[in-house]
Design a binder for this molecule. Structure first.
Ligand code: 5GP
Ligand code: ZN
Length: 114
């Protein structure tokens, strides 16, 4: 999609620090990390948010979650623990309207989620 930051990152038009990539998904380091490990997992195909995801995307959505776990393994935070966050819409402070998971870890998270 034109003028979508994460579509441009997925297409390699904007550089990113890649952690994992295959035909369907890309994982890259957040530019403003909020934890020692802060990786974003995105579908290469543009999906604006969970509310926009259609049934035909079910396999892709499952793949995103599996990739988040694989990233945690690659980053060595499975045993210490990690948090997967996805912000949807204004109240959740979603700033980039291209579906993404935040994989956060490397330190103890706050007990409250919000
Ligand atoms: P959201 O706020 O939509 O849940 O998450 C968007 C995330 O994208 C933020 O954590 C922000 O730091 C990150 N981000 C914004 N612009 C860029 C960029 O150009 N490169 C990378 N790697 N991350 C970005
Ligand atoms: Zn996009």
């Amino acid at each position: 999609m034109e003028n979508c930051l994460f579509c441009k990152i997925a297409a390699g038009q904007i550089p990113s620090s890649k952690v994992y990539e295959d035909e369907q998904v890309l994982a890259f380091r957040d530019i403003a990390p909020q934890a020692p490990v802060h990786v974003l997992v995105i579908p290469k195909k543009h999906v604006s948010g969970w509310y926009d995801a259609q049934e035909e995307n079910d396999a892709l959505l499952a793949k995103l979650m599996r990739t988040a776990s694989a990233v945690a393994k690659m980053e060595g935070i499975v045993d210490s623990g990690f948090r997967v966050v996805s912000n949807c819409g204004a109240d959740a402070q979603q700033t980039v309207k291209h579906l993404h998971l935040h994989v956060l870890g490397g330190r103890a998270m706050a007990g409250e989620m919000a």
